[in-house]
Ligand binder design. Structure first.
Ligand SMILES: *Cc1c(COP(=O)(O)O)cnc(C)c1O
Length: 443
């Protein structure tokens, strides 16, 4: 049996476009479709789509000729169509809806730089994309052609990074970093590389998916000067994996850039274990490692794409053990309010005693693992890595309770509430209210 080939498609209206144009990313960008009239030449629009497309203030619409060609024009529920062509459902509010659901703006020390985790930052370098995903988590800033990051904001981002030595990983995103002018992108990369404590640079981009023509040899030659460089792409459905995408990924991996994929779990697009299995298997065939599967954020306009969290758990249940471990992403809920990504998965640990754990596998086979009773605990006092730990005190988290001597983490008003009696359990100082206490700190 031979491997199924990945298709290459062009919508009928582009049949006569010469190959030099079709394969030129500048042509793809300049011929993007965004109006009822243009889109209707490729696919007959439904009433709901027409209504959305003529709604003032709708999140920006734009689709490359290449990407719209992957849609089956006769299927109003086509999974690519649903990601990129708006429907009237976008206008509906829902419970929990927010504009900035991940509170990114609150975690930004300077505009466009989100510093949420101890050792890495998200750096937004543009508000522009090659096409616009209807469920965009940053629709509050993305797409506006008049609003982009300025030179002085870029300088402020670089200045913050220079004076923040705990940042060892910078993740370029936006918008889409691969839509900016090549020289400008190179300037960003070289400025970051000039900062000694920045160990790795990552690019998050959907350009290889929307416009694989952009991934030229010239681009990969430029990128590989800035190693170690990693890239995450964004594919949600197996229909997005074309011959052109496979070739673009091949150019990137040959340039030494490891590729990952970040998908979003979307109702009516990929909320099916069988679709997901095909997707992740096709991704590893083109040497893209599934990285994250995201629960859809509580963002305005995306309510109709949301699924219950249980759908994501079900998908992981259908993948882990059933297919190559390389194909299994981590399913995460990006915490509303800015808590970061929280992994969610089925339970494999069934029970425990002082010397055994009972585990189950993907088939439901249940096994007992006998634990050692003579384990010599690791000795931090002789371990150079333990001696040299450099974590910010406030971010040691649950691990701080295991590794250090923090005994509890409590909500901010916990002590006020539980100090009802007044008297003997009164706190020693105001400051102590919010600080996790160590052993011996108690009254
Ligand atoms: C997702 C994200 C990162 C990177 O997270 P990883 O789990 O390391 O991939 C960093 N900063 C912010 C704000 C993010 O949202």
């Amino acid at each position: 049996m031979t491997n199924r080939e990945f298709p290459s498609r062009r919508a009928a209206i582009f049949a006569d476009v010469p190959d030099e144009k079709w394969n030129d990313w500048r042509w793809q960008l300049s011929r993007r479709l965004n109006s009822v009239e243009e889109i209707e030449k490729v696919l007959p629009l439904t009433g709901s789509e027409k209504k959305a497309l003529s709604t003032p203030g709708l999140f920006r619409v734009d689709v490359t000729p290449y990407f719209i060609s992957l849609i089956d024009p006769d299927d109003p529920n086509d999974p690519i169509r649903r990601q990129i062509i708006p429907t009237a459902d976008e206008i509906l509010p829902f419970t929990g809806m927010m504009e900035d659901s991940l509170a990114e703006d609150r975690h930004s020390p300077v505009p466009g730089l989100v510093h949420r985790y101890p050792d890495r930052v998200l750096m937004l370098v543009t508000t522009q994309c090659a096409s616009y995903c209807r469920y965009c988590t940053r629709s509050r800033i993305v797409g506006d052609p008049a609003a982009n990051f300025s030179r002085s904001e870029f300088e402020a981002q670089v200045a913050y990074l220079e004076k923040t030595p705990q940042v060892r990983d910078v993740l370029l995103s936006g918008g889409d970093p691969l839509t900016i002018a090549p020289r400008q992108l190179e300037e960003i990369l070289s400025r970051l590389r000039a900062i000694p404590h920045i160990e790795i640079i990552r690019i998050g981009s959907r350009v290889p998916v929307f416009m694989p023509q952009r991934v030229t040899e010239e681009l990969t030659d430029m990128l590989q000067k800035y190693h170690p460089l990693w890239m995450n792409i964004h594919v949600n459905h197996p229909n997005e994996i074309s011959r052109e995408l496979a070739e673009a990924c091949d150019r990137l991996t040959r340039a030494g850039i490891p590729l990952g994929n970040q998908s979003v779990l979307l109702a009516g697009v990929n909320d099916c274990a069988h679709i997901q299995r095909q997707l992740v298997q096709d991704l590893v065939r083109i040497r893209v490692r599934p990285y994250y599967l995201y629960q859809c954020d509580l963002v305005e306009g995306a309510g109709h794409f949301r699924t219950p969290v249980g759908k994501g758990v079900e998908i992981i249940e259908a993948l882990r053990g059933h297919t190559s471990g390389y194909s299994v992403p981590t399913y995460v809920v990006d915490a509303p309010g800015g808590g970061g990504k929280i992994p969610v998965m089925p339970n494999y640990l069934i029970s425990q005693s002082d010397h055994k754990v009972v585990l189950r596998n993907y088939e439901g086979y249940v096994t007992a693992y006998e634990e050692p009773i003579t384990y010599q605990p690791h000795n931090p006092s002789t371990c150079p890595f333990c001696q040299n730990k450099k974590e910010e005190p406030g971010q040691r988290g649950i691990f701080g309770m295991l590794d250090g001597d923090e005994m509890f983490i409590k909500p901010e008003d916990f002590d006020l509430l539980h100090n009802r009696g007044g008297g003997q359990h009164r706190l020693r100082s105001d400051e102590q209210k919010w600080k996790p206490l160590g052993i011996g700190d108690g009254e």
